[in-house]
Design a protein around this ligand. Structure first.
Ligand SMILES: *Cc1c(COP(=O)(O)O)cnc(C)c1O
Length: 356
């Protein structure tokens, strides 16, 4: 069997949920969108069901997958619905939904739910991606209140730069949020994503929305202490299945990406970009081979990649390779590929998933 394994430590997931919930206080939605950031949404939901206040996903399809698996917890649709037709399923399955735009607001006004909806009204406090601008927020709130289709309205916004702790934008977004909700009846509020939870104490309201930190990966730049107690949930590992000895001056793999600068022992690892390892990862990207750090050399192929084992004489066919997980953080690999840890995690596929 191909030795590529995504080992998912569900106890770490529970630890991270409890940790971030205790930092934030009050209630916490566990964000399971994108198949739980590549970790398997149903398995993660089951592992968190007894401790989580609720779950959040991007869209109806993701929520229905959880309901079909018997998950009865509250589930919030972070993007709301795309078509009025979806409101029937939202109603039937008792889902919570964001309302982020005039179109969605109209769909709710024109709906006929059996039970009134639980709506999270999104404010655009400066990210300018979705949500009602401050000048239209009160009117949107009052229309929801007046339409008779809604039993509860929570107030929500989303941060653009909370993962850059020194940037003032998060504070201006918080001020915009507080100003926009002033004068509206009290109710639940939710502003913080993982970065907000970890490093913006002022951003803590009734509901946190923890995504990446739930999976044990910090959204903060290297060097920040916050999040040090998070435990990586996924360990993505494979094995060396081939070894080559190359002289100095020899190319490896596709293109002219890498030429050996010394006599080099090359290990061939069963993992490629079709499995989610970023193709753009540059030579030098860290790997752990039989417990020792080494580096990727040459272009990542679709089904395999090549690593330097010159300085690891005991390494050879069958050696275990941690692509990311405990000793190599997915953020390090992502940094070598010009991206963030979220992306390779979401892209993991074709591996064997081992839950423990
Ligand atoms: C994805 C998402 C989150 C979680 O973000 P993380 O940075 O992964 O914690 C929170 N809120 C909204 C609206 C989101 O789309």
């Amino acid at each position: 069997m191909r030795p590529l394994i995504a080992t998912i430590r569900l106890e770490h997931l529970r630890h991270n949920y409890r940790l971030t919930r205790s930092i934030h206080g009050d209630k916490m939605l566990a964000v399971l969108k994108a198949n739980a950031y590549g970790h398997g949404a149903v398995r993660c939901a089951r592992a968190l069901e007894d401790i989580a206040d609720g779950f959040a996903v991007a869209c109806l399809e993701e929520a229905l997958e959880l309901r079909a698996a018997g998950i009865a917890s509250p589930i919030l649709l972070l993007e709301g619905v795309f078509e009025a037709e979806e409101l029937k399923a939202v109603d039937e399955h008792g889902l919570w939904m964001a309302v982020t735009s005039e179109q969605q607001l109209r769909m709710v006004e024109q709906s006929a739910p059996a039970r009134p909806f639980n709506v999270w009204l999104m404010l655009d406090s400066g990210m300018h991606r979705e949500g009602f601008v401050p000048a239209s927020y009160h009117a949107a709130w009052h229309r929801l209140e007046a339409c008779g289709k809604v039993e509860k309205i929570s107030k929500m916004t989303h941060f653009a730069r909370a993962d850059e702790p020194e940037v003032a934008m998060t504070f201006s977004q918080l001020e915009a949020f507080d100003a926009a909700v002033r004068g509206l009846p009290a109710g639940d509020e939710s502003v913080a994503n993982s970065a907000g939870i970890l490093c913006h104490a002022r951003a803590q309201r009734n509901w946190g929305r923890v995504g990446i930190a739930l999976y044990g990966v910090t959204p903060l730049p290297a060097g920040f202490e916050q999040g040090a107690e998070l435990r990586p949930v996924m360990r993505f590992s494979s094995r060396i299945f081939g070894v080559r000895e190359l002289a100095a001056g020899e190319p490896i793999g596709y293109g002219d990406n890498f030429v050996t600068d010394r006599p080099t022992r090359v290990g061939l690892v069963a993992c490629g970009y079709a499995d989610g390892y970023p193709r753009r990862a540059s030579s030098g990207s860290p790997v752990l081979i039989d417990g020792q750090r080494s580096r990727l050399i040459g272009r990542v192929s679709m089904d395999m990649l090549t690593v330097d084992i010159t300085d690891l004489p005991a390494a050879g066919i069958g050696s275990e390779v941690e692509l990311w997980g405990d000793a190599v953080s997915v953020n390090e690999v992502a940094a070598h590929a010009g991206t963030i840890g979220y992306e390779p995690l979401c892209n993991v596929k074709r591996a064997r998933f081992a839950y423990c």
